[in-house]
Design a protein around this ligand. Structure first.
Ligand code: FMN
Length: 200
């Protein structure tokens, strides 16, 4: 990998290529990433699945429940950070940007319809994510929710399902190597992304 990097943009492009590959397979080390939000001055972190990576505009999409805490956080403070680390890839990629609920209903519908039945089912439950349960699992409370979902359950699932779009404006990439780590910082400018080598 290191041989392919002669200018800062080479590492930036390589990182974007790995992000793009990761949407296609759960085996890819970047298939999940850590999403950081800020709420009332405190950072909150959680894992989410990278569902789509739009290479041209460098946008990152994931799915979640509209009732979840992260949605409340990002509606009040849209500034987010995300982190991917690949042990085998020896690559860390971090983005900073803003996140918002996808407004294009066609994208949301496409993402929902192309989710597995099991993934769709997660959104069909009445209990809000993070609410106290008087049973061990939400599945125990509503055993009638089974795939294939009824039309009513499907409609609840669709109502709770959202796509979150992250529009990054900064990217920090660290490529680990025994002869010296390579680190690049890339920034979005009106003319496009501009990257520099920085001290690792
Ligand atoms: C491997 C893995 C993948 C996950 N993927 C998602 C996801 O794509 N979307 C999501 O909302 N939660 C996902 N979760 C659950 C979140 O990490 C988190 O527990 C949940 O969304 C509640 O977060 P919140 O209370 O901060 O909103 C995943 C968890 C793990 C361990």
């Amino acid at each position: 990998m290191i041989e392919k990097i002669s200018k800062p943009d080479d590492l930036f492009v390589l990182a974007l290529e790995e992000m793009a590959k990761a949407t296609g397979t759960a085996k890819h080390e970047f298939h999940t990433f850590t999403l950081g939000t800020v709420h009332r001055g405190f950072p909150y972190l959680r894992t989410v699945v990278l569902r789509k990576f739009e290479r041209e505009c460098v946008n990152i999409l994931f799915h979640t429940d509209i009732r979840s805490a992260k949605i409340d956080h990002l509606q009040k403070c849209p500034q987010v950070s995300l982190l991917s680390y690949g042990y085998k890839l020896r690559l860390q990629v971090s983005f900073n940007g803003v996140a918002y609920i996808e407004k294009n209903p066609e994208i949301t519908q496409y993402q929902f319809e192309n989710s597995s039945e099991d993934a769709q089912k997660c959104y069909a439950y009445g209990a809000r994510p993070g609410s106290i349960l008087h049973s061990k699992t939400k599945e125990e409370l509503q055993p009638d929710i089974q795939s294939p979902l009824t039309s009513g359950q499907l409609s609840t699932a669709k109502d709770n399902f959202v796509v979150v779009r992250i529009v990054p404006d900064k990217c920090d990439i660290l490529c680990l190597h025994h002869s010296g780590h390579i680190r690049v910082r890339a920034k979005r400018t009106p003319e496009g992304w501009v990257s520099d080598f920085i001290t690792a």
